[in-house]
Design a protein around this ligand. Structure first.
Ligand SMILES: CC(C)(COP(=O)(O)OP(=O)(O)OC[C@H]1O[C@@H](n2cnc3c(N)ncnc32)[C@H](O)[C@@H]1OP(=O)(O)O)[C@@H](O)C(=O)NCCC(=O)NCCS
Length: 169
């Protein structure tokens, strides 16, 4: 049975601290730039986030012009960004949490919220590619229901997907 993460979503992480997942808003841009300016390690996922504040701003101009975007906040601070970018009949998922809040289950919750958002928006599939060395990301995707695409597990990039049409069968 598919879960349905209502947004905004008020949650508690594995250490008991509250956090919130909600739609990204226009006023979030300074918080988003501040998070990426302080992000480590840079270029961890297919060269993203870009390496300098200037190239990060250009990248944000590009990605924020399309797709669906979620923000993770802890108190007043923006600590995470998840996005769904159109990719054929699918959307491609990407997510970035500030290093201060990783490993507390927040990435898994963000993945689930992104999958539910894709379902509600009527997409058939959520797809992503991830470097095999990024074990935390792969584990967080598995926990959110992603399956490995056959043939990709021995490649330089692992491809994973959630087939949302399967929910209707
Ligand atoms: C990837 C990312 C979003 C995951 O979010 P997160 O909040 O750190 O992940 P979670 O806490 O929800 O889950 C991580 C899981 O991976 C596990 N994990 C962490 N490091 C691991 C490692 N080196 N090897 C295997 N598993 C690992 C954790 O134990 C946890 O699994 P468990 O709950 O079964 O114990 C976050 O770490 C991040 O933003 N990383 C940098 C950017 C990035 O790589 N984005 C992905 C682009 S493809």
């Amino acid at each position: 049975m598919p879960s349905d993460v209502a947004l905004p979503s008020e949650l508690v992480d594995a250490t008991g601290r509250p956090f919130r997942i909600r739609r990204l808003e226009a006023g979030d841009r300074p918080g988003l730039e501040a998070m990426y300016a302080d992000f480590e390690p840079l270029r961890i996922a297919q060269g993203l986030p870009p390496a300098t504040p200037e190239t990060q701003r250009a990248w944000l101009d590009e990605v924020l012009a399309e797709g669906l975007h979620l923000a993770v906040t802890e108190g007043p601070e923006l600590v995470g960004h998840g996005m769904l970018m159109p990719y054929g009949d699918a959307v491609e998922l990407a997510n970035f949490l500030h290093q201060r809040v990783r490993g507390r289950g927040i990435g898994t919750a963000l993945n689930r919220a992104l999958v539910d958002l894709a379902r509600r928006e009527g997409y058939d599939r959520v797809w992503l590619s991830v470097e095999p060395s990024n074990r935390a990301a792969i584990r967080s995707y598995e926990k959110a229901g992603f399956r490995f695409l056959p043939g990709s597990v021995w490649g330089p990039e692992i491809e994973m997907e959630v087939d949302l049409r399967a929910d209707e069968r």
